[in-house]
Design a protein around this ligand. Structure first.
Ligand code: HEC
Length: 168
């Protein structure tokens, strides 16, 4: 006589209740966690792609803040390294690379003012004012520094009276 050997690990009504509850609760927890995962996926904030935001992220830790205390303008070299190099170092979006004489030769003919106008108005993939809030004077310094690094011989336009530079 074949005895039906019942070998369930559920032996008591309490255990049955526990199993039934878990069978409900576990999938629900799974669904909740999945939904949270999907909703909390990191998204790209478009503002994070602006050149100033990018250069703020990639700049070295412990940068010395010029100008904050003294209100002195940053030099062309500082601005170039802190802001413009974001694109011009690697030649992003076909930006003429820093120190690349061939890439700059034709552009140098525009002179300080011509080049400055390109930066102020924006050119190609470079936004107006290179996407910054820098003053004309600071942009000019950076333009001259970049151009001269690439074989140019431009002169910085004379500095305007300090008062005119205060509005930043
Ligand atoms: C978002 C990237 C980006 C940033 C940041 C950027 N540039 Fe540019 N720049 C470009 C590109 C791209 C070009 C080439 C434009 C073209 O000729 O189509 C360019 C061209 C130039 C030119 C040549 C303009 C001409 O008429 O040939 C100058 C000068 C220049 N940039 C200066 C600067 C200065 C100064 C800064 C920083 C204040 C700066 N750029 C920041 C992308 C950038």
């Amino acid at each position: 006589m074949a005895e039906h050997h019942h070998s369930s690990f559920i032996k008591t009504p309490q255990q049955l209740l526990t199993v039934v509850l878990l069978a409900f609760v576990v999938p629900i927890i799974g669904i909740v966690l999945t939904v949270q995962l999907v909703l909390s996926r990191p998204r790209v904030d478009p503002a994070a792609l602006f050149p100033e935001a990018v250069s703020a992220r990639i700049q070295p830790i412990g940068r010395v803040e010029f100008g904050a205390a003294t209100d002195a303008l940053r030099t062309g070299e500082q601005i170039t390294k802190e802001v413009c190099a974001g694109c011009h170092q690697a030649g992003i979006a076909n930006a003429p690379k820093l120190g690349d004489k061939a890439a700059w030769a034709g552009r140098l003919k525009l002179g300080t003012n011509g080049l400055l106008q390109s930066v102020i108005k924006g050119k190609g993939m470079m936004a107006a004012r290179a996407g910054t809030k820098l003053s004309d004077q600071e942009l000019a310094r950076a333009v001259v520094f970049m151009a001269n690094q690439a074989g140019g011989n431009l002169k910085e336009p004379a500095a305007k009276p300090a008062v005119a530079e205060k509005k930043k």
